[in-house]
Design a protein around this ligand. Sequence first.
Ligand SMILES: *Cc1c(COP(=O)(O)O)cnc(C)c1O
Length: 425
Amino acid sequence: MSLETLIEKPPVVESTSKKFDPDGFNAYVMNTYGRFPLAIERGEGCRLWDTEGRAYLDFVAGIATCTLGHAHPALIETVTQQIKKVHHVSNFYYIPEQGELAKWLVEHSCADKVFFCNSGAEANEAAIKLVRKYAHTKLEFLEQPVILTAKASFHGRTLATVTATGQPKYQKDFQPLMPGFQYVPYNDIRAVENAIADIDEGNRRVAAIMLEPLQGEGGVRPGELEYFLRLRQICDENQILLVFDEVQVGMGRSGKLWGYENLGVEPDIFTSAKGLAGGIPIGAMMCKEFCAVFEPGNHASTFGGNPFACAAALTVLQTIERENILQNVQARGEQLRTKLRAIAAKYPHLFVDVRGWGLIDGMEINSDIALTSIQLVEAAMKAGLLLAPAGPKVLRFVPPLIVSAEEIDEAAQILEKAISTVIAS
Ligand SMILES: *Cc1c(COP(=O)(O)O)cnc(C)c1O
């Protein structure tokens, strides 16, 4: 099977199942997801139980989202207290929890200002709007700002963020796309230099470069240090804003609080969502003072930064700090990659690479063989381990950040068992 045919096939196992949707109610849900044959009933820590009572080790964590795992006592306590107090008010008023969360984020990052929204795509939309306003108001003659993004990137599903996403499979049938985006290969500095030179026509030029510090969805590909150091220089020399999408890799997942800390550079603008409130919906767009050009009325969100979501995020952040969770992420990440490398060495015809930072790790399957990430995800699921594909050929490991050494060992054992069943079939 060629890579192209695999890419065209979405990660669908089935769209209906009598067993996992006995009443057929899923027929009323719009048909946008291929689903694995599994319905979850409850969770605790790094474990989930399905509706038939079977337990699974959860190395998906709602796609890098359930930072503190499931049913964490601190999160339960916070959301219970907050919903009793007040859960939502309009941004017509000052929201103390929002201020406190913004202060924490500013004190623990390179940012000076925070805008709150509800998802990764929305945070990136806010970043794109900020870039455009900055270009129109601060950069002379720049009427047609262009944002460079990377091929194989993922930035969301709204019209602007799906345009920013450098993967045709997500854009198919949604044309016309948003103007003002152009793509370059990831980790390729020459391509950036060429694009900046090519897109230079007086009132049309590159205003920002938007990248993931580590490409998640596109195959768990870490950014290269040299590339990002040079990129920062190029941006400084050319008045180009450097924007990082930290939606997946940020919030401690890389073993540092922010992905950019692994690359020795600071962005001008960056976004967070997924793990920020451990599974309660929230997004944030953060930036440095010099480019904080939004004024009242420029941008807004009804739910954005409400007391419920902000209190949850504060608890997640304070728990990460209090319980030294970043240290756990680093140690468990090392342990996991060591285990995965040992497995890859045992099956050199199946696997070509193991890579990642902290607890965002990938295992790449040999492109010369027909085996897909989805086949392995299914086999692991049957054996009691939940994994996520990152494209057709990469297995993604993104467990809760509280995962224990025993659970890492257990996951590796289950994966080996799953691999042996796939080989035998
Ligand atoms: C998941 C993801 C998004 C989109 O987030 P949503 O909350 O689904 O809108 C954007 N960027 C990256 C890097 C992501 O991993």
